[in-house]
Write a protein that binds this ligand. Structure first.
Ligand code: MN
Length: 128
């Protein structure tokens, strides 16, 4: 099985650094992008299995990007995991309605994070 490719879409440098560190320790291949306007080009170039999608980004928002990814046959199969501190029930429904396959809360639980990402990838790929 080849290494899981994860694109971290996040504008907080500390979150980017921590997520990248933990995922690379788990032997995932990681790339990052902070600007909403650069996300679709980065997905096309990097071809991730899974996108960890911050919702509030400079230049746009993660839910609009998620809808765009899920509307495009070329990227529909990419698993999108909302990556946000918005943990309220209504927000969760809103994330799923936009096409997010799963949800991981910030701040990262360092001990659990890689397993959460791996589980989301497995579940998302099974259902697509
Ligand atoms: Mn943000």
């Amino acid at each position: 099985m080849s290494a899981l490719r994860v694109l971290v879409v996040e504008d907080d440098p500390l979150n980017v650094e921590l997520a990248t560190f933990v995922l690379e320790e788990a032997a995932f291949v990681v790339d990052t992008v902070a600007e909403a306007t650069e996300v679709l080009a980065k997905v096309a170039a990097f071809r991730p299995d899974l996108v960890l999608m911050d919702i509030q980004l400079p230049g746009g928002d993660g839910l609009t990007l998620t809808r765009a990814l899920k509307a495009d046959p070329a990227t529909r199969g990419v698993v999108v995991v909302a990556f946000t501190a918005h943990a309220m029930k209504g927000d969760r429904a809103r994330l799923l309605a936009a096409g997010c396959d799963a949800y991981i809360a910030k701040p990262i639980d360092v001990a659990a994070f890689a397993g959460q990402v791996r589980a989301a990838a497995a579940a998302g790929q099974a259902s697509s």
